[in-house]
Design a protein around this ligand. Structure first.
Ligand code: CA
Length: 253
């Protein structure tokens, strides 16, 4: 079952869902089977000006998504019938739906699901119980970031406080002083810093940063992270460890 919920038609749950795709506000599809949680999320999203579409399961979700074109999908992983991981996999494998960002919702302690979900292409996650404020912040951050840009343009110069990462000169400066990074360390730091706020699993970093590079001696991401942190010492806290999941470069907001 699918229902629209937005301030104008709050009292008309049977409104033709087709109109949803024409709403000017950013549209969030909430896939959540627990009515209380779904209502709480919806209430808070609406208060922030989002239009919300609720679905209590993943049945025929691809078709629904295609006709209602949400801007973001909030996906609970524990659903009756088809579970959230399956839904995420399906959506990310379909070129029409793969561009829509997904924020997965899991119970605390389900890091393996988070890793799986991020590996499938989910953009971020929240763990239950979450505060409405945290949820809104996550959703806004994901919408702001837009789709993951695998390749930043050349000439990119990332500056965060006294940390400068220059991909043209292949140079990193810490408070004006050049530090020497290996090619792998540089790619790792640049990749993370180019996507602030986004969590990457070790596998993702491995395939995107190290890839098939035969010259890399140590294929352990943690070792490279440790080395980078040591070298950018004063700014090492920019590289955050997300326990059980992976790493993230601190968001700049
Ligand atoms: Ca659930």
């Amino acid at each position: 079952m699918l229902k629209i919920s937005s301030p104008e038609d709050r009292h008309n749950m049977n409104a033709v869902p087709k109109e949803f795709s024409k709403l000017k506000r950013e549209r969030i599809l909430v896939i959540e089977d627990e009515p209380d949680i779904s209502e709480l999320i919806t209430y808070n999203l609406e208060r922030e000006g989002f239009a919300v579409l609720q679905s209590e399961d993943g049945l025929g979700i691809s078709e629904k998504i295609k006709s209602h074109s949400p801007d973001l999908i909030l996906l609970d992983l524990m659903l009756p019938g088809v579970d959230g991981i399956e839904i995420a996999r399906k959506l990310k494998n379909d070129p029409v739906t793969s561009v829509i960002p997904i924020v997965i919702v899991t119970a605390k302690g389900e890091e393996s699901d988070i890793v799986l979900g991020l590996g499938l292409g989910a953009d971020d996650y929240v763990t239950k119980p979450f505060s409405p404020r945290e949820l809104i912040a996550r959703i806004k951050a994901v919408l702001r970031r837009g789709p993951l840009k695998e390749e930043r343009e050349k000439g990119d110069r990332i500056v965060r406080d006294g940390l400068v990462i220059d991909s043209v000169k292949h140079e990193v400066k810490v408070d004006g002083v050049s530090v020497t990074l290996t090619a792998t360390e540089f790619r790792l730091l640049h990749y993370l810093a180019a996507h602030p706020g986004r969590v990457f699993t070790r596998d993702q970093l491995m395939s995107r940063v190290i890839g098939e590079d035969v010259f890399v001696v140590d294929r352990n991401i943690d070792v490279h992270i440790r080395n980078v942190r040591k070298k950018i010492d004063a700014y090492k806290d920019f590289i955050e460890t997300v326990r059980g999941v992976g790493y993230r470069f601190a968001d700049d907001e």
